[in-house]
Design a protein around this ligand. Structure first.
Ligand SMILES: Cc1ncc(COP(=O)(O)O)c(C=O)c1O
Length: 286
């Protein structure tokens, strides 16, 4: 008899999270665990108070699917402040429950089965399953821990089938911070092949050297600086950004991401709390 708990074939290659697996092994063997980050500081009182207030005030209704207006406005203001980016909070910001959801929603919204997605290797472990869920073929390009990316090799990885490239900077796991030259080269390739740069910038404030540059501000000369970013975890200073600075007219792409976002958990209380508590992270896109 067929087991009733059989999962969809597309999930059969999924394994336990490497990070959780390492934590399990470290606990088992009493090893020092360098695989997982454990916050060793308390949540700021302002955030705790705002969350408690939202609970006490019965903020119970469904929120707008792409994020509370107050939060989107705060995120847009932050982008202007940090990077001089003019971000429309109504059409260019979508709030998600963490970078994981943002990345999955972005890829599911723009990638068709059979498309290719360029992924730098080594890569953060979720990008593999993300590509599988989209029925896309990942095309890997080495990301050196030191020295510049081989831009010729990167150019060869792009083809007529390329739909997107995942750009994680500052990078997990190499720690590399991509330079403006590298980001401009990626933007140029995306423009040439009509592909998206889906960026994961959750470590934008955590790096040792260099300068974090959102690819939306490193576009090839003549391209519009409009972009679309998706957030992040309401509890972390993290974000996933989907940037298409060269294709501002494609509003339908944001629409498609909203479509995919419909399954998302809507956390009205959380959004109220982080808005009250002072937002420290965000995401945009078009
Ligand atoms: C590069 C990168 N992206 C995304 C995530 C997950 O982010 P979130 O918890 O906001 O879904 C992590 C977590 O370690 C990460 O390292």
């Amino acid at each position: 008899m067929r087991p009733t708990t059989r999962t969809a074939r597309r999930t059969h290659g999924f394994t336990e999270s490497v990070i959780r697996g390492m934590t399990r092994l470290a606990n088992e063997h009493g090893a020092i665990n360098l695989a997982q980050g454990f916050p060793n500081f308390p949540c700021p009182d302002v955030l705790k108070d705002a969350a408690a207030r939202a609970i006490r005030d019965d903020v119970n209704q469904y929120a707008i699917t792409w994020g509370a207006a107050r939060l989107r406005n705060a995120l847009a203001a932050k982008y202007q402040d940090w990077y001089g980016m003019a971000v429309d909070p109504m059409t260019q910001v979508t709030v998600t429950c963490g970078a994981t959801e943002a990345m999955a929603a972005s890829l599911l919204g723009i990638v068709n089965p059979g498309d290719e997605v360029v992924v730098f290797e080594p890569f953060y472990e979720n990008y593999g399953p993300d590509a599988i869920l989209c029925d896309a073929k990942p095309v890997f390009v080495p990301m050196p821990a030191e020295g510049p990316i081989d831009l010729d090799r990167l150019a060869k990885a792009f083809s007529a089938k390329t739909r997107a490239i995942i750009v994680c900077t500052p990078n997990n796991p190499t720690g590399r911070v991509l330079s403006r030259t590298e980001l401009s080269a990626i933007a140029e390739l995306c423009q040439r092949h009509d592909a998206f740069a889906v960026t994961d910038e959750i470590y934008e404030h955590i790096y040792y050297e260099g300068e974090h540059i959102p690819i939306a501000t490193a576009s090839p000369a003549g391209a519009s600086a409009r972009s679309s970013r998706l957030p992040m975890s309401p509890t972390r200073s993290a974000r996933c950004t989907t940037s298409s600075p060269w294709a501002p007219q494609r509003r339908c792409r944001r629409r498609s991401r909203w479509e995919w976002k419909r399954w998302a958990t809507i956390t009205t209380k959380g959004w109220r709390a982080i808005t009250a508590g002072g937002v420290t992270s965000c995401a945009t896109g078009s």
